[in-house]
Design a protein around this ligand. Structure first.
Ligand code: 2DT
Ligand code: MG
Length: 212
């Protein structure tokens, strides 16, 4: 029997409301890890480059209309189509910094009133994040940051509902980071928790699956 623990990359997800700073912090983290000789890639969901992703993008830009359940399942399918590549990357030692994941999937659909257990079901069996860093900012403060774009969910009233549903998802893998701090302070805090997580995975922490 081989009990040797295999080193692997970490699955690290940044979550938060629109304008919480996720995207810029994700790129900074990838540069930081690479600077430390750690193989890392930036991923994002939705991945708008696939056929499913193009349907999602059309919906978000209001170029198409879809039933709430239908779009929920497309977001999930968009993660399933990347699942095997994700596992390959992780087991080959690459850390993935992911801008939104299943947690956004559930939070946004639950904010529309869909049943939370129904929302979670299609995510079962996807890889669970080793760390979810939640960039915490109030919907009001976020909306003051240079304004939203014109996409479907970028409205203060809806973001308030999303903030509430994110609160129901916090679990042991979550670290809440105050996103109202200066950007360099947010960056420093993220670097510390991310490096710790990467180290645990290098030591052979096993992969886990949603919803754990
Ligand atoms: P970006 O602004 O990050 O491109 O996201 N969303 C995202 C969902 O409703 N379900 C999901 O599963 C994911 C990953 C959040 C576009 C919008 O899509 C929402 C904002
Ligand atoms: Mg957006």
């Amino acid at each position: 029997e081989d009990n040797k623990k295999e080193s692997r990359g970490a699955l690290i997800v940044l979550e938060g409301l629109d304008r919480s700073g996720k995207s810029s912090q994700c790129s900074r983290l990838v540069s930081y890890l690479e600077g430390h000789g750690i193989s890392a890639e930036l991923w994002r969901f939705p991945d708008r480059t696939t056929d499913v992703g193009k349907m999602i993008s059309a919906y978000l830009t209001n170029a198409s209309q879809l039933d709430d359940h239908t779009i929920h399942l497309l977001f999930s399918a968009n993660r399933w189509e990347k699942r095997s590549l994700m596992e390959t990357k992780l087991t080959s030692g690459t850390t993935l910094i992911v801008d939104r994941y299943s947690y956004s999937g559930v939070a946004f659909s639950a904010a529309k009133g869909l049943d939370i257990e129904w929302c979670k079901a299609p995510e079962i069996g996807l890889l669970a994040a080793d760390l979810v860093a939640y960039l915490d900012i109030s919907p009001e403060k976020a909306s003051e940051r240079g304004g939203y774009g014109g996409e479907r969910y970028e409205k203060l009233d809806f973001q308030k509902k999303v903030a509430e549903s994110f609160k129901d998802l916090h679990d042991t893998a979550w670290k809440v980071v105050d996103a109202c701090q200066p950007i360099e302070d947010v960056e420093k805090q993220l670097q510390d928790i991310v490096l710790h997580c990467v180290t645990e995975c290098q030591k052979g922490k096993p992969l886990s699956f949603l919803w754990s």
